[in-house]
Design a protein around this ligand. Structure first.
Ligand SMILES: [Zn+2]
Length: 248
């Protein structure tokens, strides 16, 4: 990548009236969180059917140990990386209005981002499938699985979007409204394969906005949607872009 592309992208972000970031698994791999897709990803080790909502409800005793192993073992040790911190810095400086993320790890909030739309839910919450109440995951004992609802004894499910489950309607509406009002979208670590979240950068583009993409390889956005493609690791490229924006 040329410095020219970085400078041009930084200028687009500086000139934006309302910019948003749209992030995916690629921003969290450097924090040690495995992606779902690709070699070494979660789908290469586990049958995606385990993450089907209907299957989970029928076989919670089979699925819960996998959930605990993948999502709740050592999560407290996972730290945001330089890319998450750069987005928090851009928000604090008034350069981006919000982060729309497909990640469920909560690392944007841990890094200090305050406006975060979690398109696919969040691991830090669980919801009871019976009484619909929500609970903070930290307060749920995972020694005995599946963990019973503290209120009614029903089945608890991580408040993340499983297969055959819709995205949270309020988040979807708020994020798409914001995208339509934005004139710049910074895409980080996502190839845009997952609908409907993957439409966010396209909504910004269709409204006449600029799309800046940071990815390790080209994606569905690169040739049709992105105005600037900064090829590289999020943890390298995003801090460089943030410095160029904030010091330029
Ligand atoms: Zn309950």
């Amino acid at each position: 990548m040329s410095n020219h592309a970085l400078e041009n992208a930084a200028e687009a972000l500086r000139n934006a009236r309302c910019a948003i970031a749209f992030t995916g698994a690629g921003i969290s791999v450097e924090s040690g969180i495995p992606p779902f897709r690709g070699p070494g990803g979660i789908w290469s080790k586990y049958d995606p059917e385990l993450f089907d909502k209907g299957y989970f409800k029928r076989h919670p005793a089979e699925v819960w140990p996998v959930l605990r192993k993948i999502f709740y073992s050592g999560m407290e040790r996972v730290k945001p990386n330089a890319a998450h911190l750069a987005l928090a810095e851009l928000e604090a400086a008034g350069r981006i209005a919000a982060v729309v993320t497909q990640n469920v790890d909560g690392l944007h909030q841990k890094a200090g981002s305050s406006v975060v739309y979690e398109y696919h839910g969040a691991l830090r919450r669980m919801q009871c499938m019976e009484c619909r109440a929500f609970f903070d995951s930290d307060g749920i004992d995972l020694e005995v699985l599946p963990p019973p609802c503290p209120a009614c004894g029903g089945l608890l499910k991580p408040d993340v979007v499983f297969f055959n489950e819709g995205v949270p309607e309020d988040v979807h509406r708020a994020a798409t409204d914001l995208a339509r009002r934005s004139d710049c979208c910074l895409v980080v670590g996502t190839g845009g394969q997952v609908a409907p979240a993957g439409r966010i950068p396209i909504l910004v583009k269709n409204a006449g906005g600029t799309v800046i993409e940071i990815n390790r390889q080209d994606s569905l956005y690169t040739y049709n949607t992105s105005d600037y493609f900064l090829e590289g690791k999020a943890g390298d490229m995003l801090p460089r872009l943030a410095r160029a924006v904030l010091e330029g």
